[in-house]
Write a protein that binds this ligand. Sequence first.
Ligand SMILES: [Zn+2]
Length: 210
Amino acid sequence: MLPDRSGNPLAACPRCGHADAILSVPAAYHSARATEWAGHVARDDDASISRRHAARMAVNAALPVVPARELAVAPGNDEVVGYGCLGIVLGGVAIIMIVVYGATSSGSGAWLLLVVGFVTGLVCLLSLLQIPAAVARRQLVKAGRPAATAVWQLGWYCCRCAIVYFQIGEAPPGVAPGQPLTPAQFQHIVWTVGGYAKTPPPPAFGAGRR
Ligand SMILES: [Zn+2]
């Protein structure tokens, strides 16, 4: 039986009763990230044969863990960059369409250029209008992340059952020690502690199954 952070024996998975396939949530998350990256390399035709072979071996040897995003301590912070890039690209397309329309306004298909320019310009504007909200959300996540991480790193993931649970004395308020949680439930608890959960609580463990 593995010891916990205090040297005490770890409680086994509350679902299967075993403790030989449990990982701390941070370890499970990083394992999933590493496996996903290895899978990417294994499919990369530009990678050398030996590198792809090593990546395939890493994927085959990896413990079964849900996708890393399902155990992430916080949402990705690439929304601002995404909206900015989309706005720039569409803005460029809109300008090109309007310039071309100006140069060929007497052509039979000129109206199509104008419509495309208008639509891409409108989507560009809508994308740029999303940036302030994305910036505010990024700041919200940054502020709440330390508190969320404190709860996140106390979770334990069972690779057999794909559930998360807390050890006795480490469960946050509202969660019973040893209560099996789906990754979605666990993530919602963590994100709620961080103050950036946007969705309602997911169904309890076992709801809809059996
Ligand atoms: Zn289990």
